[in-house]
Write a protein that binds this ligand. Structure first.
Ligand code: RB5
Length: 179
């Protein structure tokens, strides 16, 4: 394991098990609007020890964001990756595409607080942001906040299960039972 300080290592072991972050596999995808931001985030995470699978474009020629979003989401849903990062111009279109894949909770964030809460309360398995909306330093903070946070479970698990019930059945029983 990369030495990151005793407390940090213990928290990583609790979250990811003994394999640590150097074996944590993340998938990253982007459209033409986010080539440079993808490159910088990928390099940033590789330096920290994450394995990164890049399914985005490296060209500034027009590239449809649903393709990149679908590729990221499929790898996360099938557990070929432990989590995903999806970037387009706003982060909005690509998050919509990701969320169409069953099992995906993709959250578009423009600041680190929401990114942290997206994992703690919503168990987000993909984090999205917009290369035309935020700068690279904010993007790094968002990724760190999401990666370092842990799902809290409990009442939040009940709510995440409700989201999955809607996805599974197109219904939500609790909505009919609650005034
Ligand atoms: C591409 O021009 C742009 O529409 C895309 O990157 C994204 O912002 C869509 O939501």
């Amino acid at each position: 394991m990369v030495f990151l300080g005793h407390k940090r290592n213990i928290s990583i072991i609790k979250q990811y098990g003994l394999r640590g972050i150097e074996n944590m596999k993340l998938v990253i995808g982007n459209d033409h609007a986010a080539v440079e931001m993808k490159r910088e985030i990928k390099e940033y995470l590789e330096k920290k020890g994450y394995e990164i699978i890049d399914v985005g474009t490296n060209s500034t020629e027009s590239f449809h964001y649903p393709i990149a979003g679908y590729r990221v989401a499929k790898m996360v849903a099938s557990h070929e990756a432990d989590g995903g990062i999806a970037i387009c111009g706003t982060g909005v279109g690509i998050s919509l595409a990701c969320n169409k894949v069953k099992g995906i909770r993709a959250c578009c964030c423009s600041e680190p607080y929401s990114a942290e809460m997206s994992k703690r309360h919503n168990n987000a398995n993909i984090i999205c942001f917009g290369a035309r909306v935020i700068g690279i330093e904010t993007a790094k903070q968002i990724v760190d906040a999401w990666l370092n946070a842990k799902f809290e479970g409990g009442r939040h698990e009940t709510r995440v299960n409700m989201i999955m019930e809607i996805e599974e059945t197109q219904k939500l029983q609790a909505a009919d039972e609650t005034k």
